[in-house]
Design a protein around this ligand. Structure first.
Ligand SMILES: [Zn+2]
Length: 244
């Protein structure tokens, strides 16, 4: 082999290696964010059903805005699913007790709300178990599904969830990431009403700072979807309605 072909041979190897590494990095990135696929266990972004049913999921908090949210839900006779943050529950469990009293579903959204990708099995256990304990302390008795902070979920997280018989709940309707919608309650609610399909799971953060438009759009979303014939279900109820 001449010196030139030797060099070319190594250059090709380096390019191939670089390409494979880039492909692997993209694969990990994609898998971390994929809404319908994960390495282990069950994950749901929505369910397949021919019934006009939808689940409203409300993440983060709880905080003082809980009363406003609960009043809107009560006025429209809607049961939602809340995914509150463990450490905020530890500071004040009374909003969670109210959520339980009003008959809503609760899920686990981790203790510290940090990204759980690439964390150890033990760290994940410490994020999930104390949060569950607080939900039970507040009097919640139903199934506890898990929603990963920021929707990210590799590698140990899905393994832990599978081994502990937990379902991962993502979403298929999420308007808040769109800057043309997230400051405008009218546009935001219309987007959600237009995008919702049978079996959809809607994600909103109506209690977070900077999400005033989400809080304001809660009522028009409920009214608009009801006008289209949708019935609101908790996540657990929705999962039971999936076509077999
Ligand atoms: Zn969150």
């Amino acid at each position: 082999m001449s010196l030139l072909s030797h060099k070319l041979f190594f250059l090709k190897k380096i390019i191939t290696l670089f390409f494979l590494l880039a492909l692997a990095a993209f694969g990990v990135y994609w898998l971390n964010r994929a809404r319908t696929i994960q390495l282990f266990g069950e994950i749901y972004a929505r369910v397949e059903t021919n019934q006009k049913v939808v689940a409203l999921t409300l993440d983060d908090g709880p905080n003082e805005k809980i009363d406003t949210v609960l009043n809107i839900l009560k006025n429209h006779n809607v049961k939602a699913t809340f995914f509150p943050i463990g450490k905020l529950m530890k500071e004040d469990l009374s909003p969670i007790k109210k959520i339980v009293e009003e008959g809503h579903e609760l899920g686990n959204h981790s203790y510290t709300h940090r990204i759980l990708s690439l964390r150890s099995y033990e760290t994940i256990r410490q994020e999930i178990e104390p949060t569950d304990k607080l939900l039970r302390e507040a009097g919640y008795v139903g199934d506890i599904h898990f929603r990963p902070p920021y929707g990210m979920k590799i590698f140990m997280l899905p393994l832990y969830l599978k081994q502990n018989n937990r379902k991962t709940i993502i979403w298929d309707v999420s308007p808040e990431g769109n800057p043309t919608l997230n400051m405008d309650p009218k546009k935001l609610s219309q987007f959600v009403i237009d995008q919702t399909k049978n079996g959809s799971i809607i994600l909103l953060h109506p209690m977070n700072d900077g999400r005033e438009a989400s809080l304001e759009s809660l009522e028009p979303i409920i009214q608009g979807l009801k006008a289209k014939g949708f019935i609101f279900k908790t996540v657990s109820e929705l999962l039971e309605m999936a076509d077999s």
